[in-house]
Ligand binder design. Structure first.
Ligand code: IMP
Length: 419
């Protein structure tokens, strides 16, 4: 039995879905530990694009049970939509989805508060408006609603009505705002997902369970404690979140694979040192089809950032890297990598020292010759052009973690396993 982990190494959208899909072949359990429907994991199943937001990507492989762990904030309406998508694609999910008793639950009220907070805010975070922050806020205020509460509909209604009253008393919402809230549909969704709600402990801690794959959402730089605060999400996306979100202690984790795009993207507000505002940025955006899987927003694009990647490797204890979307760089004459920053006349190689001043740092780049040909059909590392190998080896050496997997296209077979 092994426990392997997949975490986002950048600001999310690194292509985790495809790597989870690959590694879940060998897993009996695939579990998520944080976040909720703010995530959007895109995978191709029988050549059809499927986007999952909350149900772990392992659901596409018949061998795995999928757990939505207690550190998640689960949106019942969203789960119902995902189940419809599974039905439409004839994916059998019976007895394969478990929502932990103690996961917190997003309600339409939380989405409304998220939206109102964003509209009112001077410095917009650019949240997904999926109710993530307000639901975690209720958890830490100890007034949250948990999945186990859904097992008794009258208790759930009572809790939600009380929470709505608190929201009105605190002016978080107005009574007019409530006109747009449809609780009947919401309670229907809660009833539909009822049969998934269970205690996940006996599965996660069963010595005979087989291999467990843990699926992170978002990315390390969006982590509430280690990211670019306040432009972060409200959970611990880095591997540290696993100990609390699933209860699995760090010393039980065998491999921690960080997913990094071969360049960098960010969606929403916040600093981004290597962001490009020129034609190269537009080219990465259009070739990489960089549109948010959850909100459809255009993603900001930039060159690979070694300073940030090294930080991410340390915070997560990475044992390996999966480099994704390398093929998007196929048609660049020159490719740049940020090796360090300059900040107030000093050379900066550690992200933590400038985390609060990231919008002031100046990225310093090393240039690489592009390979200028398609790598989409390569079947091994050796098949790659010399320039691509130089690029990959440079990243691996500088980050100090082996690159074990390289994704060279959206399809399942477009993957190079270097191990
Ligand atoms: P929230 O998680 O909806 O509260 O949004 C907080 C910040 O995290 C915003 O900048 C979002 O754009 C970003 N974010 C949340 N989820 C994802 C994701 O799955 N990928 C990329 N960015 C995300």
């Amino acid at each position: 039995m092994s426990i392997n982990v997949i975490v986002g190494g950048q600001w999310g959208d690194e292509g985790k879905g495809k790597i989870v899909d690959l590694l879940s072949k060998e897993a009996s359990v695939v579990a998520r530990y944080q976040g909720g429907s703010n995530a959007g994991h895109t995978v191709y199943h029988n050549d059809k694009k499927i986007v999952l937001h909350q149900i772990p990507t392992g659901i596409l492989r018949q061998n795995s049970t999928c757990i939505l762990g207690k550190g998640m904030v689960v949106d019942p309406d969203g789960i119902v939509e995902e189940i419809e998508c599974l039905n439409n694609n004839k994916i059998d999910y019976s007895n394969r989805i478990i929502i932990d008793y103690y996961a917190h639950i997003v309600t339409p009220l939380h989405k409304l508060i998220d939206q109102i907070n964003e509209e009112k805010s001077g410095a917009k975070i650019g949240t997904t408006c999926k109710g993530i922050g307000p639901t975690y806020q209720d958890k830490y205020q100890r007034i949250g609603i948990r999945a186990i509460d859904l097992l008794d509909l009258s208790l759930l209604k009572d809790k939600l009505e009380k929470r709505i009253k608190i929201a009105l008393d605190r002016n978080e919402i107005s009574s007019d705002d409530l006109l747009n809230v449809n609780l009947t549909d919401y309670y229907n969704s809660c009833t539909i997902i009822n049969s998934f709600i269970q205690d996940s402990f006996p599965i996660l801690f069963n010595k005979n369970v087989g291999n467990i794959l843990i699926e992170g959402a978002q990315g390390t730089l969006l982590d509430i404690d280690h990211g670019t605060f306040p432009y972060v999400t409200s959970s611990n996306c880095s591997s540290g979140g696993i100990s609390t979100g699933l209860g699995i202690p760090g010393n039980k984790l065998d491999n921690i694979i960080g997913i990094f795009k071969a360049y960098v993207t960010r969606v929403g507000g916040g600093p981004f040192p290597t962001e490009l505002f020129d034609d190269n940025g537009k080219k990465l955006q259009s070739i990489g089809k960089e549109l948010g899987a959850t909100t459809g927003r255009v993603r900001r694009c930039g060159w690979f950032d070694i300073v940030a990647a090294k930080y991410s490797a340390s915070i997560n204890g990475l044992t390996g890297i999966a480099l994704t979307k390398l093929d998007i760089l196929d048609n660049f004459e020159t490719i740049y990598v940020c090796t360090h920053y300059e900040f107030r006349n000093k050379k900066i190689t550690e992200l933590s020292s400038v985390l609060n001043y990231l919008d002031e740092v100046i990225p310093v780049y090393k240039q690489f010759k592009g390979w200028n040909c398609s790598i989409e059909e390569a079947s091994s590392f050796d098949d790659l052009p010399k320039e691509a190998k130089v690029y990959i080896e440079f990243l691996s050496v500088k980050i100090g973690v082996p690159i074990e997997i390289i994704s060279i296209g959206p399809k399942r077979h477009q993957i190079l396993n270097l191990q």
